[in-house]
Design a protein. Sequence first.
Length: 374
Amino acid sequence: MKHLSTHASKPRAAGLPRKRVVAMAITALLCGSAFAFEIEGDSDVKVRWDTSIKYTGAWRLGGADLWVANQNGAQPNTDFGDLSFSSGQQINDRFDLSSSLDVSYKNFGLRVSGSAWNDSVYAKGSGNYPSGAGRPPNYQAAFPGSLAGGANNVYGPSAKNTMGQMSELQDAFVRGKFDLGEQSVSVRLGNHSLIYGESLFLGANGIAAAQGPADLVKALSLPNALFKDIAIPVNQLSATWALGDGLALEAYTQFEWKPLRVPAAGSYFSGGDFVGEGGNLMLHPFGCVPALPGNNAACGAPGYPFNNSTGLATRGQDFNGSDSGQFGLHLAFKAGDVDYGLYAARYDSKAPIPVLNVASIVQGKGAWVAACTT
């Protein structure tokens, strides 16, 4: 979806998604795990290398409530992550490694950074989804081992990697600063994140939502995460022109689109079993397989609209945003003691929007397994 928007900025707070449970988290910067190396002598060359290791442990303190998890069976597409963790179970056992290298020469420089993480809770690839007689009414998993679904206590490979074990390049850009008389222009080119400073909480809303995606997995898993930790860099060209007297003009154009990184299906903070990595099936109430009990009496009769429909819709092709056509402007100025900003941005939405193809349900699309339990 393409958006064109203008804003007069005023930051305001917003709340986190809630679950009717209590969790406890402990985050620690491990002793001796923050390293910095810097070379700055008489020459114009400066080099700085920073590396840090962080550990986060979090536990669920209250058990799941079926009326919250899936409305006591009425909404089976929201319970996978909630029911996979029992009271007292650890929901995060996460190590984060981040490293960055900055090199500068006079008014020019480059920066390269990367991160990696391992969370044993998800890296093992399985949860604690209930099985047997006490299981919830739904027994189709939200993710597939094949298109027929898999066991409810197993995370799909993409969900396991996203939540449990991953590494990635982040910043990779060059920068320069140029004087234009009494004014100056700063330019960055390459993979970097950008925020003009005005946003809702978490940096995934408002003006910041236009400027780049955020890693909501880190935002929800790391209690003290800063915006620089959750911003996902994209390939772009950005510039700042300081005009003097408190007036500045900023602009950017992007060469790459990336989506929000949302918690994977089956993870504790997952908002829906069909959203995010590993979410490949959506259960629906229109199944009509004559051989199964509890179906409508008309099921199987000629002309019945949902004959042979399986009660689930499989995930089709994802439609991504464009790698071109995203840009923005920011005019900053000051009047008295008040700072003002005018913004304009054109961007493709980075948030997932699930769309259910009703025609495929009527045609009986999807795949069926007689029982997919742990």
